[in-house]
Design a binder for this molecule. Structure first.
Ligand SMILES: Cc1cc2nc3c(=O)[nH]c(=O)nc-3n(C[C@H](O)[C@H](O)[C@H](O)COP(=O)(O)OP(=O)(O)OC[C@H]3O[C@@H](n4cnc5c(N)ncnc54)[C@H](O)[C@@H]3O)c2cc1C
Length: 309
């Protein structure tokens, strides 16, 4: 892992930095590249604009590590409202949640209860509830949560990270429950005993897992999304899908709002399924720092925004 990436990921965990950054107008201004705004209206507005370009969306209220039971219940209510408002606007917009935002730190049962309520609310609007994967500390619990949810709901998905050594085995085990899987490379600071430290190995793992997922998608054994902005990886996945006769409709690409916009548009225009994840809310700091860590050159936007005063 590069030094800049390691420092940015370390910074993402600092409460002090979070407070400082939230007070600085120039930092907030720089975030608008990746976050259309803090309010639900901002997110829904961005989703409507993307819909006009044939791009579907996933919406998420930012937040993690909630340690108060009522606050976790309030987050559940906000996501339910988000589903209702998306349906009113007739948006093809799923939702994505972090288990610790819904109370996983308070207890497994609390997170299950909130996620079950959200899965039912999503089903009422024919939407998918995607469960994000956080740091390895939560990996086993998140997989357990997903199994509990999947036993009762068809409309639930889970994210797997190619940087973890364990993911090949996790994927094999999950394929027994006809899952919906989003494959990503992984965004957290992990130890070299748990995750590939070298980018080349993370990419090789991503391609290996993609092959398994494409086969599963082709055979109807899984619904599959590739969460990546890596243009070469996307081209390779499309080539391999064609080779193994996996139709374009059987899988989708997912990217983050504001990243590789041209690629997003190009994929949608050329008949690939393209979904963009739009984040909103006040608790943007750790999420934003992880975006900077993915591409330390992004720090330049923050600095340029500072110069503008
Ligand atoms: C829809 C979606 C959901 C995700 N959910 C999770 C999750 O639940 N858990 C988790 O750990 N991670 C999640 N991630 C983040 C993911 O793990 C990666 O950190 C992130 O996608 C960057 O990796 P990459 O695959 O785009 O490839 P990279 O090899 O990192 O980047 C490829 C190219 O994409 C562009 N790019 C990538 N990131 C940025 C950026 N921040 N700013 C500007 N350009 C960039 C650059 O051009 C870069 O060269 C999610 C990502 C997406 C798209």
């Amino acid at each position: 892992m590069g030094l800049a990436r390691a420092l940015l990921l370390k910074g993402s965990e600092s409460r002090w930095l979070a407070e400082q950054a939230s007070r600085r107008r120039f930092v907030r201004r720089a975030t608008t590249r990746f976050i259309p705004g803090e309010s639900m209206d901002d997110a829904l507005g961005a989703a409507s604009s993307l819909a006009e370009k044939g791009i579907t969306t996933i919406l998420t209220l930012l937040g993690e590590n909630v340690v108060d039971r009522e606050a976790a219940a309030e987050v559940t209510r906000e996501f339910t409202t988000l589903l209702e408002r998306g349906a009113e606007k007739k948006l093809d917009a799923d939702i994505s949640v972090k288990p610790t935002h819904l109370g996983l730190d308070l207890g497994f049962d609390i997170a299950v209860q909130n996620l079950q309520a959200l899965a039912s609310a999503a089903a009422r609007h024919a939407r998918l509830l995607a469960v994000d994967m956080e740091s390895t500390r939560y990996c086993e619990l998140t997989l357990d949560l997903y199994r509990v949810l999947r036993a009762e709901h068809d409309n639930v998905g889970i994210c797997l990270q190619s940087y973890l050594f364990r993911t090949d085995a996790d994927l094999e085990a999950l394929l027994t429950v006809a899952p919906m899987i989003r494959l990503v490379k992984g965004a957290y600071k992990e130890s070299a005993s748990l995750a590939y430290p070298k980018k080349g190995d993370v990419d090789a793992s991503y391609l290996r897992l993609s092959d398994t997922l494409l086969e599963a998608a082709r055979d109807g054994a899984a619904r599959v999304a590739f969460g990546t902005h890596d243009a070469d990886m996307i081209a390779t996945i499309n080539r391999r899908a064609a080779d193994m006769k996996c139709p374009r409709e059987a899988y989708e690409f997912q990217m983050l709002y504001g990243i590789e916009r041209d690629l997003q548009a190009r994929l949608a225009e050329t008949g690939y399924r393209m979904r963009v994840l739009i984040s909103f809310g006040e608790y943007w700091f750790p999420w934003y720092m992880r975006r900077l860590a993915e591409r330390p050159a992004n720090v330049g936007f923050v600095l340029r925004s500072m110069m503008r005063g």
